[in-house]
Design a protein. Sequence first.
Length: 304
Amino acid sequence: MTDHLDRLNPEEREAQRAVRNLPVRGAHPAFRRSLGDLFVSGSLQGSLPGSGTIDPERVADPPVEGWDEESAASPNLRPESGSRLTTRPRLRPVGLTLVAAAAVWALVSLRWGADAPDWALVASEGQGTVWVDEVAYDARQLPRAELRSGAHLRTDSGIGLELVRAEVFAIELSPGSDLTLPRVEEDGSYSASVRSGMATWVTGSSFPGHELRIETPDAEVQVHGTTFAVLADDEKTCVSVFEGVVGLRTIDGQVHPVEAGRCRRVYRAPEPKETEDELSAGQVASLTHWYARSHELLPDSAGR
C-alpha cells in the first residue's frame, strides 16, 4: 500500500507540518503514573457534589510529589525529531488547533480512501513494549497497518498510548493494559474488551446511532455515546462516567445505568459485591484531561 504522505501535495504537506509543530505541553510522567495508580486502586479522595455533565473549569489536576514547572519543560518530555508521535498536552485553548487539525484530517481522509488503516497511534508516553496479536513492538516503531479493528493490544508497565479511529473513537490506554480494539458486528454494533488496566474513551461524531459493548471479566459495558473510563484489575471492574449515561450489565443479567459524575464497581469472588459513588476529584481530573484532549483528536466530537 502506498504511504498516504506520498499522496499529499506541497500545500497539504505544509498544513500537516503546521499541525504537528503546534506547541504541546506534555503531562509530566510522574503525575500521570501517580494519578493512574491512584485511579486503579480506588484510593483517590474527594468528590464533586451533584451529578450531570461535569464542568471542566471547576477541576484542577491534583499536586504530585516531585512535580515542578522546570521538569515539565524538560526536553526529555518532547518527541524525538521527526517522530510522528506527540506527548499529551494539559488543558489549554484549542480553537486554532481544532481548525488546523480538522483540515488535515479531512485532507488525509479523502486521500486514503478505502486503503486507510482503521486506527492511528497518535501519541505514546514513556518507553516499553506493545504487543499486537501477541507480536511485540517498540511503541515508537509500531506499524500503523497492525492497528486493525479487533486487534488484541497489550502494553507493559512503562508505556501508555493514545489511539484514534477517525470520527468514531478516541482511547487513552494506561500502562499495563490489555484491550481488544472495537470491531463491527453483523448487527452494526461495535464490540471490544478490557481484560485488565484502564481504557478511557470518547465517542466521535460518527458514533451516534450505534452501540458499543465492552466486555470485562465481571460485566458488559453498554455505550451509546459518552466520555467514560473502564478499569479492570484482579478484583473488580470499575466504570466511571464523565458525561452521558453508560449501562453496566452484570453477570446476573441486570443492567445498571451509571450516570455522569458516578463510578460503579463490580467486585468478584470470594466477596462479590457492587458499589456506586460520586467520582472523586482525582477521577474527574483524569477524565477532564482526556475530554479536552479528545476534542483535538476528534474535532467534531463536541457536536455529537
